[in-house]
Design a protein around this ligand. Structure first.
Ligand code: AMP
Length: 254
């Protein structure tokens, strides 16, 4: 079985993000970019399924700009076999557009499983996997903390839901999105980073995927992006009496 994994290039999670001066969004110039952390978990899961003899090939796909090749190389260095880069230039790509592109890639690649992150940490949309499953008409297991391929036609997914865990049995092919506890991604070793440079990356155009510019046109307009209000530092009190006094006389809430 082939596994397709979607990986997005996002601002590295360690970076303290800054807004552009004109409020049009997050500053991306001279900022460290990395593979979306939930996508790293997705790649790790696919590689583990290959190591367990369940999967035969792991294909990673990214939709973005030519710079997304770097993101694909990170996934290839972890152990994925091959990449697909859909370069859409600088267009602001929304989850529905990504899902439409991924649908076409999935139809061409014919995987048994597509694994995505539950959300991209840049826009926090948590939409792409669900939209992709809907467009393909496939089953979906979102927020997965365990993925077991039971047979060639079914997989059991444990989902992290509010207040507990839910187990669902999915008919394959299916779409799975990863939650944080699914696994701990490996670090790529130096030899594997070197090997990844030679792994193939296909670059289909939008037309080759059977899509037009209209299909991926944005449907949202960002009106404003604002940084959260800065909060003043807290204070430590030494006794309950002092706390009550501050709440009464300084905060005026008692
Ligand atoms: P989102 O719906 O934007 O929160 O993203 C959820 C997941 O969809 C991500 O973790 C990725 O696996 C996948 N995804 C979103 N955008 C892209 C993209 N531009 N290229 C590849 N995968 C993406």
């Amino acid at each position: 079985m082939k596994i397709l994994v979607a990986v997005k290039r996002v601002v590295d999670y360690n970076v303290k993000i800054r807004l552009r001066d004109d409020g049009s969004g997050v500053e991306l110039n001279n900022v460290k970019m990395s593979i979306n952390p939930f996508d790293e978990i997705a790649v790790e899961e696919a590689i583990r399924l290959k190591e367990a003899g369940v999967a035969s090939e792991v294909v990673v796909v990214s939709v973005g700009t030519s710079k997304s090749e770097e993101t694909l190389r990170s996934a290839l260095a972890m152990g994925a076999d091959r990449g697909v880069l859909v370069d859409l230039g600088d267009a602001g790509i929304e989850p529905l557009a990504v899902a439409k592109v991924l649908r076409k890639v999935a139809e061409q690649e014919d995987p048994g499983l597509v694994i995505l992150g539950k959300q991209a940490i840049d826009d926090d949309c948590n939409q792409t996997g669900q939209m992709l499953a809907s467009l393909l008409g496939w089953a979906q297991g979102t927020f997965a903390s365990v993925v077991e391929v039971v047979s060639a036609t079914s997989a059991k997914v444990t989902r992290e839901v509010d207040g507990g865990l839910q187990k669902v049995l999915l008919k394959l092919p299916a779409v799975v999105t990863t939650d944080l506890r699914l696994n701990e991604p490996r670090y790529a070793s130096l030899p594997n980073i070197m090997k990844a440079k030679k792994k193939p990356i296909g670059k289909p155009t939008l037309a080759e995927l059977g899509l037009s510019e209209t299909d991926i046109a944005p449907r949202l307009e960002v009106i404003e992006t604002r940084a959260p209000e800065t909060r003043s530092a807290g204070v430590k009190v030494t006794s309950v009496a002092e706390l009550v006094d501050k709440l009464k006389n300084e905060a005026g809430v008692l």
